[in-house]
Write a new protein. Structure first.
Length: 106
């Protein structure tokens, strides 16, 4: 599978913590909600939000315990019934604003 994910300040490497481990470390137990799901041909689009609490370091911000919400989306290309490639976009600006303002997406 080819993975296309851009995270500011992070080199594209397979080493280090997985994205799922980073999310659990940052948000603790969180609620993941799919808000849109579309499919056409060999592409699937998913939009989601995850709600949790700031329990671990996020982009250099120490934990505050405040509520946090992250919104993201992905496009998956399916080949022979399997994900062949995917592209992820995260609302990093929205998360940065919450971290600056003490949490809560509003």
């Amino acid at each position: 599978m080819r993975r296309f994910e851009i995270r500011p300040g992070e080199p594209p490497t397979w080493q280090g913590m997985s994205p799922a481990a980073r999310t659990v470390a940052a948000f603790g137990r969180f609620r993941f909600t799919v808000t849109a799901l579309l499919a056409e041909g060999d592409h699937v689009y998913v939009r989601w939000r995850q709600d949790g609490h700031h329990l671990g370091d996020v982009d250099g911000h120490p934990p505050t315990g405040a509520p946090l919400t992250e919104v993201g989306s992905a496009v998956y290309r399916v080949e022979d019934g399997r994900v062949a490639e995917y592209w992820v976009q995260l609302d990093r600006l929205g998360l940065a604003r919450q971290l600056r303002d003490g949490g809560g997406a509003g």
